[in-house]
Design a protein. Structure first.
Length: 256
């Protein structure tokens, strides 16, 4: 069973960097001394094992699953189950069983934070996760483009309609800044994330730039010390911890 604070990373559509945000947020939280799990519920588009260059799957003990560990994070993913990058062609009931198994049949241990890489949109898997985990903090990932933020609003409304607490919006691919140059190029425009945050009555908690991966890097999606995104994700992790702590404090102080 899961323990600790649940942080679901959601998006309205694929391709906005939701899984990259999930993985780097989990790694940054672990780097700061927290006990962290990362669950890849992006069933049809699981990418966490590839991002972290994990070439092996989980083991089992007494009919329970022992999650894989990488970068100080314990991990479960559909990518460990399918072989040879085969497509997942399962329907709703089978997908629901996988969601239940990842939650109930994995030896997670005591955790401070659980980061869930949710599937994009508002489909069956997202509804199953919301049903099985009735309370979580959610981070909404979008790009600055108005169309992306418009679609993302639907996922945010689904979260609030299911009584989940949106921590804030992460604007990914916010701008491109060449090395050793102060000029910022807003390739996907500006303002979409602010309009999204306003519509959902929340705030923009991070703006993450575009950085080209280094040639030959086996883990190009996990940002290393010395890079701008390493620092940005550390700041995001600190912001998330503070937001959750403040929300929990206000909840405790509410009169009965």
């Amino acid at each position: 069973m899961l323990s600790g604070e649940i942080i679901s990373v959601i998006s309205g559509k694929g391709g906005v960097g939701k899984s990259t945000v999930s993985a780097n947020l989990a790694v940054s939280l672990a780097r700061q001394g927290h006990s962290v799990a990362l669950i890849d519920f992006d069933i049809y588009g699981s990418s966490i094992p590839k991002m972290m260059n994990i070439g092996f799957g989980p083991k089992s003990i007494n009919n329970k699953i022992v999650p894989v560990e990488s970068h100080g994070v314990t991990i479960m993913s559909m990518g460990f189950i399918v072989k040879n990058n085969d497509p997942v062609v399962w329907r709703g009931p089978m997908l629901g069983k996988v969601v239940e198994q990842f939650i109930n049949d994995v030896i997670w241990g005591k955790l401070d934070y659980v980061v869930i890489d949710m599937p994009p949109g508002t489909g069956d898997v997202a509804m199953d996760v919301n049903r099985l985990i009735p309370s979580s903090y959610q981070i909404l990932v979008t790009t600055p483009h108005p169309t992306a933020s418009h679609v993302a609003e639907r996922a945010g409304k689904m979260a609030t309609n299911n009584n989940h607490d949106i921590l804030g919006v992460v604007e990914n691919m916010s701008y491109f800044q060449p090395p050793e140059d102060d000029t910022k190029y807003y390739i996907f425009g500006k303002g979409g994330s602010e309009h999204l945050a306003l519509a959902l009555e929340t705030e923009v908690i991070a703006k993450l730039p575009i950085i080209a991966p280094k040639e030959g890097d086996f883990e190009p999606s996990i940002y290393r010390k010395g890079t701008l995104l390493f620092d940005k994700y550390n700041e995001l992790a600190e912001k998330v911890v503070d937001l959750i702590r403040n929300k929990n404090s206000r909840s405790v102080q509410k009169p009965v």
